[in-house]
Design a protein around this ligand. Structure first.
Ligand SMILES: [Zn+2]
Length: 252
């Protein structure tokens, strides 16, 4: 599963969820934030632009052309199940209008069979607590991945581990290889915890790595699901992004 295919829907959902909640708690966002769109109309002042990055779209000489670098890292994820078991070729046919019979196969699409698992690692760089919370909320809310999302690409995200440190502690490929060798189905969170502890002990600065215990992971997930998004939260979240924009553009 390509990193870009993971990032795009989460990027869109992150701001959609933010605007929807702003509406719900009756916060009137700035017009530029309301109109912020991928990929040619990024406002550079909303929480999405500040985390996922934004490239200036203003043209002309002397235009205000500064960009925001993203602080979120994705890598392509690989299925735990072997390719042969989850790959499926589906042919499509042409219907003959005279006889209504299907003729020869016109072509085929390659599909992933249901119930395939793609362990992924996403790294957030120097995030605020608002951003951590909002990103995890987005992750849990995002279900449609892939180009043909009307009919394909449905995915459910489960958070099975959280680790913090000054570096990326484990890559998706490493996580995948470890899981392939483990009986993870019985207790995915416990299994990932053991794997994270092993990789944390190999980090370049072991003292600053923190692996959340399985119970803590469950608590975080539950807490985020139950977190009450009020107008104070939305206002503060919007303001931090706006302040960043002002500092970066030299207004403040
Ligand atoms: Zn924006």
């Amino acid at each position: 599963m390509l990193a870009s295919k993971q990032k795009a829907p989460e990027n869109r959902n992150y701001i959609t969820l933010f605007r929807t909640f702003a509406d719900k708690v009756e916060i009137n966002l700035e017009d530029k934030v309301k109109e912020c769109r991928l990929k040619d109309n990024l406002c550079r002042m909303c929480p999405r632009c500040v985390l996922f990055g934004a490239v200036s779209t203003e043209g002309g000489r002397g235009a205000d052309r500064w960009n925001i670098k993203h602080r979120i890292e994705y890598s392509s994820a690989y299925s735990i199940e072997p390719y042969e078991r989850i790959s499926e070729l589906i042919t499509f046919n042409a219907v003959n209008p005279a006889t209504q019979s299907t003729g020869q196969a016109l072509g085929y699409t390659e599909n992933v069979r249901p119930i395939a698992n793609f362990p992924s690692v996403i790294t957030l760089n120097s995030v605020t607590w608002h951003e951590l919370l909002w990103y995890l909320k987005t992750l849990m809310a995002t279900k449609s991945y892939g180009a043909e999302t009307r009919v394909k690409g449905d995915t459910v995200n489960y958070i099975v581990g959280i680790v913090a440190g000054f570096e990326e502690v484990i890559t998706p490929l490493e996580l995948n290889l470890e899981l392939c060798d483990a009986a993870w189905q019985v207790d995915p969170i416990g299994t990932v915890h053991e794997i994270l502890k092993k990789y944390a002990s190999e980090a370049s600065s072991v003292d600053v790595v923190k692996v959340l215990e399985p119970d803590e992971v469950k608590k975080v997930v539950k807490g985020i699901k139950k977190f009450e998004v009020d107008n104070e939260f939305i206002e503060e979240f919007a303001k931090i992004a706006k302040d960043f924009h002002n500092r970066a553009s030299g207004i403040a």
